[in-house]
Design a protein around this ligand. Structure first.
Ligand code: FAS
Ligand code: PHB
Length: 397
């Protein structure tokens, strides 16, 4: 015996993509339900992104969830690239007229959950065996289990917002789905520490011992990363080893301002570039990490997910409010144009800023030469800046 549920849009995944989509649809009067295999506490507890593009801030303003962001977020007008201790500031605002906002994904997720719960959103948490069905028909459905009960959702559309390990992408037949991947031969070890950040802006550093990133969550809470071996476990990185490596990679001048302390969060993430095409199959639409992954070097993962959702929500709202399916029909083509450009930037900055075991002495010199060119050319710095603050949401190419 199944529990029957009817909605307009069934959203699989309650991360930033699924939450923002449900919020934007609700503000336009479009009904949705949201499923997740985890629960709110677990999802909010995940420590991930920290930098929001202007376009993401605009999306959160349009969604009506930017109040705390503007009260607590920290605008950043520049970012530093460093090479073996030499630092070059990319003047984001001077070169593009835009800045970025430092505000953790944890906070974005919390703000979206608060808004959805206040609005009475129908959530199904801790679900299992989610199966999208009849995606090419005009009445797709989604089956799942929750607390041992069977559920059958009838809907008009299914939004696959279930991340890299989700089921939505797998629902696209292998004869249709095309995937592209680049696995990087290292990971990022990240910590959180309640100490003031070493610098008021972010520092991306390439050192002969490896990459390091100095970021933050507030004026009193820092988020720091070091490149680590792909097979490392956090147990191989006690705090004293982390601080030793981190300060070496930042260089003595910068490290002189470093305040160290006990980390209270420590995790390792693999790095990959990944794209799945198409991002639509019948009445299934993919958004966010379900369709693509970028190495976090360019601070793009969350921002790319938000851009997908802005285009997907526009398409669905145009359908329901105006009977216009033009944006639904072009969603996959439109969104992938931007996805590939952001994949390029994230891959390029990762290639520039990390130590690759397979790099020859010549390739290491090419990395240094590219850094020196960026540091000496306003045009080259502007290219970094316009990608870092965020590419336009719409473009013909
Ligand atoms: P998410 O993965 O956030 O959410 C997907 C949701 O779907 C999850 O809640 C999951 O429980 C649920 N789900 C999965 N399978 C399901 C199923 N079968 N049924 C129901 N629900 C299911 N980006 C940056 O910009 N900067 C960073 O520093 C950064 N660091 C990261 C570190 C890590 C360890 C990871 C994994 C990602 C990081 N990212 C970073 C990228 C990250 O921020 C993503 O881009 C962002 O979470 C994308 O949001 P969603 O598309 O909602 O996917
Ligand atoms: C972060 O603060 O977590 C962060 C910032 C910039 C990145 C990646 C992660 O490129």
């Amino acid at each position: 015996m199944s529990n029957f549920v009817k909605t307009q849009v069934c959203i699989i995944g309650s991360g930033p993509s699924g939450l923002l989509l449900s919020q934007l649809l609700a503000k336009a009067g479009v009904d949705s339900i949201v499923l997740d295999r985890k629960n709110r506490g677990y999802i909010e507890g995940r420590v991930r992104a920290g930098v929001l593009e202007r376009g993401t801030v605009t999306a959160l303003e349009e969604a009506g969830v930017a109040g705390r962001l503007h009260a607590e977020g920290i605008p950043h007008h520049g970012v530093d690239l460093a090479f073996d201790g030499d630092r070059h500031r990319i003047d984001l605002f001077g070169l593009t007229g835009k800045s970025v906002m430092v505000y953790g994904q944890t906070e974005v997720t919390r703000d979206l959950f608060d808004a959805r719960f206040k609005d009475g959103q129908q959530f199904y948490f801790d679900v299992e065996d989610v199966v999208p069905l009849d995606l090419k028909s005009s009445s797709p459905s989604v089956q799942f289990l929750m607390a041992g009960q069977k559920y059958a959702v009838s809907c008009d559309y299914v939004a696959g917002c279930d991340g890299y390990h989700g089921v939505s992408r797998q629902a696209i037949p292998s004869s249709v789905l095309r995937t592209f991947v680049r696995e990087y031969p290292f990971g990022w070890l990240g910590i959180l520490v309640d100490k003031p950040p070493v610098s008021h802006e972010l520092i991306y550093a390439n050192h002969q011992q490896g990459f390091a990133l100095a970021s933050m969550r507030s004026e009193t809470r820092s988020r720091y990363y070091v490149q680590c071996d792909i097979n490392d476990d956090v147990s191989a990185w006690p705090d004293d080893r982390f601080w030793q490596e981190f300060s070496t990679r930042l260089g003595p001048e910068t490290a002189a301002d470093l305040q160290i302390g006990d980390s209270f969060e420590k995790s390792i993430a693999p790095l990959r570039s990944f794209v799945a095409e198409p991002m639509r199959y019948g009445n299934l639409f993919l958004a966010g990490d379900a369709a693509h992954i970028v190495p976090p070097t360019g601070a793009k993962g969350l921002n790319l997910a938000v851009a997908d959702v802005r285009l997907l929500s526009r398409a669905l709202i145009e359908h329901y409010k105006k009977g216009n399916d033009a944006y639904i029909d072009t969603y996959s083509t439109d969104v992938l144009k931007r996805v590939w450009k952001v994949e390029r930037f994230s891959w390029q900055l990762s290639t520039l800023m990390h130590q690759f075991p397979e790099n020859s002495p010549f390739e290491k010199r090419m990395q240094r030469a590219e850094f020196d060119y960026i540091a000496s050319s306003e045009s080259a710095s502007r290219v970094i800046a316009e990608n870092y603050v965020g590419l336009p949401l719409h473009s013909q190419l």
